[in-house]
Design a protein around this ligand. Structure first.
Ligand SMILES: NC(=O)c1ccc[n+]([C@@H]2O[C@H](COP(=O)([O-])OP(=O)(O)OC[C@H]3O[C@@H](n4cnc5c(N)ncnc54)[C@H](OP(=O)(O)O)[C@@H]3O)[C@@H](O)[C@H]2O)c1
Length: 524
């Protein structure tokens, strides 16, 4: 029988706010539970939620993959993983022992129908054993090629059913990235999913959106009076978004050969950051209100004409070089990578948001592996002061020229915000210095920040999809990058790969891309 949850008060002021922090009883099935993501992120996140008392009393976690293991063996592997990958958690034998009572394992192959029959039977047993009330979350943590067989298997075994909002018991599905390989496959996957789940049951995970600073972009913009009046083409000169990693492909060469940097980072994470920086204020904190605004701004991205791809996009691939004093091999020497590979490990894009707020303001994005430093940040470069009052009274020291203000939102490794501004250096002259006003999450609050997976899994348990990508956002992002993907997969177009050394800041063409509109990448 279908009943409805009434977890939100009817007070309209509270609409969209989570009043309950603890989720209803549930069973979460992790498909691909023998994999890297489960060990590194998912089980540590669930254990952290347990320690924070954010899980209900009654819950079950059922890991499943083909490897044969008993429940106890699975618990042992997960315990080792939590100790290895979540050293910041207050691991204790007692709390782990209690948590692990809810951990179970089922060896099953998602390519075989009997796998889903076993899954359905096991979930019935767990419903009795842990009083899960039949609420199910299916976490797709397998290779993306298995998403469609899994959705079909869940449907044919009756585990996936379309539900009304607020219906209980609820089935939900979390889909890991990448969501599709291109526009066509993303639409096809969506159709498969929508055959058996309604959109409100689908949680497409983009772990960038679970990061504390990323969520803080909305608070910074819309809870402070001073930024929003400046947040437009009248005052912002340009925006730079950088995602730089010193790491290479780390044993995931064969995955990367299929994906490449544009699909792996830009289509999802970085365009989501663009939408958060560029969106209009939502009318409320209701999840759909926020997602509407994000989708709206993404729809304003100026399409790249296929004949002009080179004016808007630069690709690169690293050769051998030095990172932090170590010699590292080039991409083509990595395991699982072809020695003729033309897959990009670096992307730089110039894009424009054609709307009232952002007309004419370039947004520059760069993302790459094996760069000089690991850092992800968003830098809002404001226009210079209209009149250079101080320039005449200065000797011609380069550093003394007034520089534009820059507001930097640092996403990783350290989460924080800083504002660069000019100040007078003490002394008899009007010598200017440019200083940063810094806010760091770690030191300001002195508490451990929840990981992105903790936040996102908890949101899914609470039925809050605000931080998950909606189908129209995913589609519009694929549509936007399609001309670049098409051009870069055209074998008749020559590459000069490798075109940057590991440990550098990417190919020179990326500097030219941004210089062509009068700008320079930040030195980080
Ligand atoms: N790892 C990360 O940090 C990360 C980050 C972001 C996104 N993701 C995404 O998350 C997903 C999982 O990544 P991962 O790194 O955990 O992958 P993975 O290490 O390859 O794990 C996937 C697991 O799926 C299981 N599997 C394979 N075929 C199966 C089948 N026919 N039936 C049932 N289980 C099967 C395998 O275990 P058995 O051999 O035992 O079956 C394997 O261990 C991917 O889509 C990835 O793109 C991963």
């Amino acid at each position: 029988m279908v009943t409805t949850e009434s977890s939100l008060a009817k007070n309209p002021l509270l609409e969209g706010m989570r009043l309950e922090k603890r989720a209803s009883p549930f069973a979460m099935v992790i498909l691909g539970a023998h994999g890297d993501l489960t060990k590194r992120k998912l089980i540590p996140a669930l254990y952290a939620l347990y320690l924070e008392d954010l899980l209900p009393k009654d819950f079950a976690i059922l890991g499943s993959s083909r490897t044969k293991m008993t429940d106890d063996e699975f618990r042992g592997v997960m315990k080792d993983s939590v100790q290895k990958f979540a050293s910041d958690l207050n691991f204790q034998e007692d709390s782990w022992g209690e948590f692990a009572k809810s951990l179970h394992y089922l060896a099953a192959d998602v390519m075989k129908p009997e796998g889903f029959t076993m899954l359905s039977d096991r979930l019935q047993e767990l419903k009795q054993e842990h009083s899960t009330q039949g609420n199910h979350i299916f976490y797709l943590s397998t290779a993306p090629s298995l998403y469609t067989p899994i959705v079909k298997g869940l449907a044919s075994s009756g585990l996936a059913t379309k539900a009304k909002p607020n219906q209980v018991p609820w089935p939900r599905i979390i889909v890991e990235k990448p969501f599709g390989h291109d526009l066509q496959s993303a639409i096809a996957l969506d159709e498969e999913i929508h055959d058996v789940f309604s959109e409100h049951q689908v949680y497409r995970i983009d772990h960038y959106l679970g990061k504390e600073t990323v969520q803080n972009i909305m608070v910074l913009r819309f809870a402070n009076g001073i930024f929003e009046p400046l947040w437009n083409q009248k005052h912002v000169d340009h925006v730079q978004i950088t995602n730089a990693e010193t790491l290479g492909v780390e044993g995931r060469g064969s995955y990367y050969e299929e994906a490449g940097n544009l699909r792996d980072m830009v289509q999802n994470h970085l365009l989501q950051l663009v939408s958060l920086v560029g969106m209009e204020p939502p009318i409320s904190l209701d999840p759909e209100a926020t997602r509407d605004e994000k989708a709206k701004v993404l729809k304003c991205l100026r399409p790249i004409d296929p004949s002009e791809v080179d004016q808007y996009a630069v690709r690169g691939q690293y050769g051998a070089g030095h990172i932090l004093g170590q010699t590292v091999p080039g991409y083509r020497e990595e395991e699982g990578v072809s020695d003729q590979s033309n897959v990009e490990t670096f992307t730089a894009l110039k894009l424009y948001i054609d709307n009232w707020r952002w007309a004419g303001v370039p947004f520059y994005i760069r993302s790459g592996k094996r760069l000089a430093k690991s850092i992800t940040e968003i830098a809002i470069h404001f226009k210079s002061a209209p009149h250079r009052l101080f320039s005449d009274s200065l000797d011609s020291v380069l550093d003394s020229r007034p520089e534009p203000n820059v507001l930097v939102i640092q996403v990783q490794p350290e989460e924080g915000i800083s504002l660069k501004f000019a100040t007078k250096q003490p002394g008899q002259t009007n010598q200017l210095r440019h200083l940063n006003m810094d806010f760091k999450y770690g030191t300001a609050f002195g508490v451990r920040s929840a990981t992105a997976y903790e936040r996102l899994i908890h949101d899914c348990l609470m039925g809050d999809p605000s931080l998950f990508s909606r189908t129209d956002q995913v589609e519009v992002c694929w549509k936007f990058i399609r001309p670049v993907l098409d051009a870069w997969s055209d074998k008749s177009r020559k590459t000069n790969f490798p075109n940057y050394a590991a440990g550098s800041w990417g190919p020179l063409a990326s500097d030219d891309l941004i210089a062509s509109t009068g700008h320079k990448w930040r030195r980080l």
